[in-house]
Ligand binder design. Structure first.
Ligand SMILES: [Zn+2]
Length: 289
């Protein structure tokens, strides 16, 4: 890539294999404590991968995880990465009211900051669940002092998406510098395709993500990429009674994910989301009131 290509946002959504939205109908929230945790070993593998490549990124972490794994949170911070919030226990924002969301933000931030010893200024909604149904969500984030959110998927998808939202950074609130940085989409035949990572990156050929990020960078904008610790873990316990489509999405290509990530990290320029937010805030559009 030419050296003038934008630095893209590298992010990890820190949750364990049993906390994903795809399994919420078959794994009871009350049983989480009894399940075998894999998040710490998987995050340590990711930290080693990032260190080998000399890149830094942002770890959007559940408060539930931070409370139980404070040593992991400190290692993330000590190695120069940004620690940010992914909410308390992966409840989707559009299933809360504003007061519930305010409490979810406050308790998760406290758990993360207590473990990290540094301030949290970034937030990613579980399952990109800020959309047209939650006009109060960005207001609440700004009111609690967050600088940015990366919580919108500006596409139509079966589980999430705010298809009318801007593709790139925008200021959702009048008179506020608070910025939302949507996850990356690429344009194909006039349609937006989700291209920011997760299952799409893992299931589709690497060439799709390369094409999408190159397209976004040619538009002069950074890509926002995300993945999960369980995605590099072929040995995680199998949830046999989950719906077939959920199992397909969750288990395909776990064994090749780490190599794909190394290729991606080596091919493009990457950095933390807070740094990207500061740059993108200057280029951000304003949502019409
Ligand atoms: Zn998540």
């Amino acid at each position: 890539m030419p050296s003038l290509a934008p630095v893209n946002g590298l992010s990890v959504d820190v949750e364990d294999w049993f906390q994903v939205g795809a399994f919420e109908t078959v794994i009871n929230r009350e049983n989480w404590e009894s399940l075998r945790t894999r998040v710490e070993r998987n995050c340590d593998a990711i930290l080693a991968m990032f260190a080998d490549a000399g890149v830094h990124g942002t770890f959007f972490t559940l408060g539930w995880v931070a409370e139980r794994h404070p040593g992991l949170i400190r290692r993330i911070v000590d190695q120069g990465h940004e620690i940010a919030s992914h909410g308390w226990d992966h409840a989707r924002v559009f299933r809360m009211d504003r007061a519930t969301f305010a409490n979810d933000l406050a308790i998760s931030r406290k758990a993360i900051e207590d473990a990290a010893g540094v301030a949290v200024t970034g937030y990613r909604a579980p399952s990109f669940s800020i959309d047209a149904r939650t006009p109060w969500a960005h207001q609440e984030l700004a009111a609690q002092g967050y600088a940015y959110s990366s919580s919108v998927a500006p596409v139509a998808h079966d589980h999430y998406g705010w298809r009318e939202a801007p593709r790139f950074a925008f200021h959702p609130l009048a008179g506020s510098d608070f910025v939302e940085i949507p996850v990356t989409t690429a344009l194909f035949a006039g349609r937006r395709l989700a291209a920011g990572g997760g299952g799409f990156f893992r299931v589709l050929p690497y060439a799709f993500s390369r094409w999408a990020i190159r397209q976004v960078n040619r538009e002069g904008r950074p890509a926002v990429f995300y993945f999960h610790p369980w995605e590099i873990d072929p040995e995680q316990p199998r949830v046999e009674d989950a719906p077939l489509r959920s199992r397909f999405r969750h288990y395909t290509n776990l064994d090749v994910m780490a190599d794909k990530l190394r290729q991606l990290i080596g091919e493009f320029a990457w950095g933390r989301m807070d740094a990207l937010a500061a740059i993108e805030a200057r280029a951000a559009s304003r949502l019409a009131a």
